[in-house]
Design a protein around this ligand. Structure first.
Ligand code: PLP
Length: 381
């Protein structure tokens, strides 16, 4: 909460000031000279750096236990900027197949145009990851827990195998947040976030973050400022405000998610519950080792497929149908019509997603209220 701020002994606002400016003034030419020579720190132009943005970066670095952070205009901007800084034409990426759809498209539709090839590894093949590495593999990309099936990848084990080959491990820590999982401590080299989700936490901003050691983050910062993917100071303020309550929101939503998963597991209209906290779930043994609790997302398959899923979703009163996650309001999403829309049947099968799959993002409302709304909607489904 306090990282990046220093107010002791100063007559300043308790809250963080928003430096709502695109450019900064230099009192004299020599001040500009000293700044440009790197002899005096300071701020020149918001796309390069801005005091409000710096506070957000320091807070996220502190949360992940990292030396450095650069925040960006969105989670996708963070991924694009980081990958542009790590890769060059001819390099290869090995990535989990279970990925946020936008990330999948970044690899398949954008990086492929610049002669960067990505090999996707189905979840049950992750134990044999070495088979997918080639002499050209530079990056291993992980996302855990995954969207929407909440499978978990073993960050420590996979990082060890990648490091033997000199491969850089990137982990998308959006679903877990640094409160529940610290990929850098587990062995990953660099972390990316969609800060649009839990870090912001109020569904009122779009932001991303790249977090890790200086030698990986600073080259990414250069790509950020050259390509123009910076976060706005106003959005940085909202992000800072969200970060201050991250631990409280996560604690509350995690406790409710565990109760919701248990309640759904008992319901006769629920075919299966996907939640890493449940023994027997794909991700459970790994989540137990690498997460301090099991997260705020719960997915489930409803008996009867799309028609019943539709009746259930339309009967919800408290849960909003909104294809994002991580906000204080609880939301429901239907992957085959949103994050996973347009994927082939074959790919959906590998991802274990079907028309029966419903994803819940648990917010901070009263858990009893959330469960009773799910129960009444299931009764009507
Ligand atoms: N990573 C994950 C796991 C996501 O769920 C998302 C968005 O849904 C992103 C990255 C992309 O983030 P943004 O929408 O902030 O660009």
């Amino acid at each position: 909460m306090h990282a990046g701020e220093d107010r002791h002994g100063k007559r300043v606002s308790l809250t963080t000031d928003i430096a709502q400016t695109s450019v900064f003034i230099f009192p004299k030419l020599d001040d500009l000279r000293q700044y440009s020579l790197g002899k005096k720190p300071g701020y020149m132009y918001t796309r390069y750096a801005n005091p409000t943005i710096t506070v957000a970066e320091k807070k996220i670095a502190a949360l992940e236990g990292a030396e450095s952070c650069v925040v960006t205009a969105s989670g996708m901007a963070a991924e694009t900027i980081l990958l542009l800084s790590l890769l060059r034409a001819g390099d290869e990426v090995v990535s989990m197949l279970d990925l946020y759809g936008g990330t999948l498209r970044l690899f398949e539709q954008i990086l492929a145009k610049f002669a960067v090839k990505t090999t996707f590894v189905p979840y049950h093949e992750l134990g044999r990851i070495e088979r997918y590495f080639t002499r050209k593999t530079r990056v291993l990309f992980l996302e855990t827990p995954t969207n929407p099936t909440l499978r978990c990848a073993d960050i420590a084990g996979l990082s060890r195998k990648a490091h033997k080959r000199g491969i850089t491990v990137v982990t998308d820590n959006t679903f877990a947040t640094p409160i529940l999982q610290k990929p850098l401590e587990l062995g990953a080299d660099v972390v990316v976030h969609s800060a649009t989700k839990y870090l912001g936490g109020h569904s009122d901003l779009t932001a991303g973050a790249i977090v890790g050691p200086r030698d990986l983050v600073e080259p990414a910062r250069t790509v950020m400022l050259q390509s123009g993917g910076n976060l706005d100071p106003g959005a940085s303020y909202l992000l800072i405000r969200g970060l201050k309550t991250l631990h409280l929101r996560v604690e509350r939503a995690c406790a409710s998610a565990a109760r919701i998963a248990a309640a759904l597991g008992q319901h006769p209209k629920v075919l299966r519950v996907l939640y890493p906290g449940l023994p027997g779930n794909d991700g459970h043994p790994i989540a137990r080792r690498q997460m301090s609790a099991y997260g705020m997302m719960v997915s489930f398959d409803i008996k009867g497929g799309e028609r019943r899923a539709e009746r259930f979703i339309d009967a919800l009163q408290l849960w909003y149908l909104a294809p994002s996650l991580g906000g204080v309001e609880s939301t429901v999403s239907y992957p085959v019509l949103s994050s996973h829309y347009g994927l082939s049947k074959e790919r959906l099968k590998l991802l274990d997603v079907s028309a029966a799959t419903i994803r819940l993002s648990v917010g901070i409302e009263n858990a009893e209220d959330l469960i009773s709304d799910l129960t009444q909607a299931l009764a009507r489904a």
